[in-house]
Design a protein around this ligand. Structure first.
Ligand SMILES: Nc1ncnc2c1ncn2[C@@H]1O[C@H](COP(=O)(O)OP(=O)(O)OP(=O)(O)O)[C@@H](O)[C@H]1O
Ligand SMILES: CC(=O)N[C@H]1[C@@H]2OC[C@@H](O2)[C@@H](O)[C@@H]1O[C@H](C)C(=O)O
Length: 366
């Protein structure tokens, strides 16, 4: 791909919440975001969620061909709607993440999708970073940097993503990429929606705490939150990343609480971990913009605002779509990979040097 080429690219993301596949198109040269395009969301059926949940923690050597097929099929269904896209960024579904041990594992084979869609697909974004000593996550920060440039702000700000897991990017837009040391600091903050969703599913058969209504009725057990903050993860210096189920003990800790108190306590645990993450940022940002599904939970947003000493607002206040940001991010990163540009650096994943990685698969017919 030519250095200055501007590309219409679609990105697709299946996140740790296991709710479905987001897809979003942008127009970019891998540096500047020129335009936002169409978006789509395809929820997983209950049966598909059950298959995906059962596959969490699995590695390539496990028998999971059915999971790959499921991921590829659902992504193909969503992505056929993007006929005008020149390129596809395919994240896949993270099943397991152990960057300092077994590696990182996303289900779904981009070469299969390339043939089905008859388009070039960029995928397996995280492996090279892990092989180079990085965390392999979070990877959205380079896109966050481009968004902040588009906003035109000059002061450091923070973007917080509240998905199944939370992650934060501190950005100083006055400094240059790609050598993001200084311009970017990014890391996972802790579990976000995943423990709340798991509680709602196990106790009430619901997929999440709609509008934080159950948590709003409960009382936080501060002792459990304080104990949660003693987890070794919170004593590690960033960059750092998490497996979705790294905090399984948190669910056990609220087992004896009422439904409402358990929901309130898990919601506060997320807010407390965000507040702690903010403390670890390079400097106090002027604002925190929140993306991801958790920004729709008013109880969680109130707890975060109370726990953090900076103004907190959904990213829509900056003019962006908080439901599609991650899908857009993997569209943006796909162009960077195709152009040989880095997608992570020591400030975002702890990798030794800025690195691109990713696999580019072209349709075998062309
Ligand atoms: N109205 C709402 N009230 C409460 N929670 C909500 C609401 N809407 C969405 N959520 C939460 O947001 C989750 C979806 O968030 P999102 O789509 O950002 O996750 P993801 O992309 O799967 O995660 P990740 O960023 O970890 O990959 C839902 O599972 C739910 O927990
Ligand atoms: C290993 C993995 O898939 N991590 C996800 C997960 O979901 C949120 C958080 O944990 C973040 O580290 C990452 O996703 C976002 C999109 C990222 O890479 O920026």
């Amino acid at each position: 791909m030519l250095k200055d080429q501007v590309v219409r690219v679609v990105g697709a993301m299946s996140g740790t919440s296991l709710d479905g596949v987001d897809a979003a198109e942008i127009v970019t040269d891998g540096h500047v975001i020129f335009e936002f395009g169409n978006t789509a969301f395809r929820p997983y059926t209950q049966a598909q969620v059950t298959v995906l949940r059962a596959a969490l923690g699995k590695w390539p050597e496990d028998e999971i061909a059915d999971v790959f097929e499921l991921i590829e099929t659902v992504h193909a269904q969503v992505l056929t709607g993007f006929a005008d896209a020149d390129l596809v960024g395919f994240h896949g579904q993270t099943l397991a993440h152990d960057p300092k041990g077994r590696g990182t594992h996303q289900a779904g084979d981009g070469s299969v999708l390339a043939n089905v869609l008859d388009k070039t697909v960029v995928w397996d974004f995280r492996s090279t970073d892990v092989q180079m000593g990085g965390e392999g996550a979070p990877l959205a920060p380079f896109y966050h940097f481009a968004l902040v440039k588009k906003m035109g702000v000059t002061d450091p700000i923070v973007i917080l993503n509240l998905g199944g897991v939370g992650n934060i990017t501190w950005i100083d837009p006055s400094l240059p990429l790609p050598h993001s040391d200084g311009a970017l600091l990014a890391f996972d903050t802790g579990p976000a929606n995943a423990p709340i969703n798991d509680l709602m599913q196990a106790r009430l058969g619901q997929s999440f705490d709609l509008d934080g209504k159950l948590a709003a009725k409960g009382t936080v057990d501060q002792g459990i939150v304080d104990q949660f903050l003693q987890h070794p993860f919170f004593f590690r210096m960033p960059p750092k990343s998490l497996d979705r189920d790294a905090f399984a003990g948190l669910s056990d800790a609220v087992a004896d609480l009422s439904d409402a108190d358990a929901a309130a306590t898990l919601t506060m645990a997320c807010a407390a971990s965000v507040a702690q993450g903010l403390q670890a940022c390079t400097s106090a940002p002027s604002r925190m913009f929140v993306t991801g599904g958790g920004r729709r939970n008013p109880t969680l947003m109130r707890m975060i605002a109370d726990a953090c000493s900076v103004p907190v607002a959904p990213i829509e206040d900056a003019g962006f779509d908080g439901d599609m940001l991650e899908a857009q991010a993997f569209a943006y990163l796909a162009v960077r990979v195709a152009k040989g540009l880095p997608t992570s650096a020591s400030g975002t994943t702890g990798v030794r040097a800025a690195v691109g990685g990713g696999t580019v698969s072209r349709p075998s017919k062309s």
